[in-house]
Ligand binder design. Structure first.
Ligand code: B12
Length: 242
């Protein structure tokens, strides 16, 4: 297996060099074939990826979000107007807009929901940060702290929510002592798991078909003091309506 992986890296390294060498190499080495050979020698997908990474480096997706699309469609929606009004009021009272980090963790590459939320929440009046794909809970918590967000919004569509969401909450609470950062989750999460996530400290879960202004309104109300977190340092959260 070791030799098969080395052969893969060597061929990939040639491929990653000059155009001329690449052309010459094309005639000699088929990277897919070498990857299949490595797999037949019981190399894992991770080991095959590592062999490529040595030659090509790690791919980093650039996440772009655009503004104005959602508001252009929904300006007349009374719920949208209400959510925008709340965001403006929050900004007046707090001196800054409600700020959210929309994050993706684990091996989940479904980023459309995260982009929809990031774009529409920005149109509603949030300051929005959107994290890269494939982050660890530790990286996400660090980014949330560095960006000084009010809310961490996790988008999860690949079944990692029961591990990753509690881990990021633990990181915020135990490493950074920041139980005040509200954590919400969204995406394809079985409704049977909602209570588990809430017990772990998630404020709410927003599944497929979520009405965006309704979610935005609920989140602003949660962070502007309408709801008070009274028992943050235990595993479950308790909210009271004053
Ligand atoms: C599009 C899609 C893909 C695309 C993703 C493209 C992309 N760049 O996002 C592609 C083709 C790449 C893909 C690949 C795979 N997919 Co897919 N995919 C889907 C599909 C059909 C739609 C997801 C989507 O984009 N919806 C549209 C967005 C706007 O909706 P949304 O994300 O749900 O977001 C809304 C709410 O959930 C909420 N929300 C979401 N996030 C957040 C965050 C916050 C903070 C808030 C407040 C709200 C919120 O608000 C949004 C607006 O209402 C779903 C099935 C489905 N109907 O959901 C399967 C689905 C998610 N995929 C699935 C699977 C299994 C895969 C693959 C593993 C398939 C495979 N064997 O290769 C791979 C995994 C790739 C990877 N590394 O993750 C499964 C996941 C099952 C699970 N949860 O365990 C699903 C559920 C299909 C199924 N029924 O089996 N997929």
């Amino acid at each position: 297996m070791k030799e098969a992986l080395q052969a893969l890296t060597a061929a990939a390294s040639l491929d990653a060099t000059s155009h001329e060498r690449r052309q010459a190499n094309r005639a000699q080495a088929n990277l897919l074939e070498l990857a299949v050979i490595a797999a037949r020698h019981r190399a894992t997908l991770g080991e095959i990826s590592d062999a490529f990474e040595k030659a090509f480096g790690r791919y980093s997706a650039t996440i772009r979000s655009i503004s104005g699309v959602y508001s252009a469609e929904s300006m007349q929606d009374p719920e949208m107007k209400e959510a925008m009004r709340l965001a403006d009021e929050f900004a007046k009272a707090e001196g800054r807009r409600p700020r959210i980090l929309v994050a993706k963790m684990g091996q989940d590459g479904h980023d459309r929901g995260a982009k929809v939320i990031a774009t529409s929440f920005a149109d509603i009046g949030f300051d929005v940060d959107i994290g890269p794909l494939f982050q660890t809970p530790q990286e996400v918590a660090k980014q949330a702290i560095e960006n000084d967000v009010h809310v961490l919004g996790i988008s999860s569509l690949a079944g990692g929510h029961k591990t990753l969401v509690p881990e990021v909450i633990k990181e915020l609470r135990e490493t950074y002592k920041r139980p005040d950062i509200l954590v919400v989750a969204g995406g394809v999460i079985p409704p049977n798991d909602y209570d588990f996530l809430k017990q772990a400290g998630c404020f709410d879960v927003y599944g497929p078909g979520t009405k965006i202004p309704v979610a935005a309104k609920g989140i602003i109300e949660a962070i502007d003091g309408t709801w008070i977190l009274i028992n943050a340092d235990v595993a479950s959260t308790h909210w009271v309506d004053p």
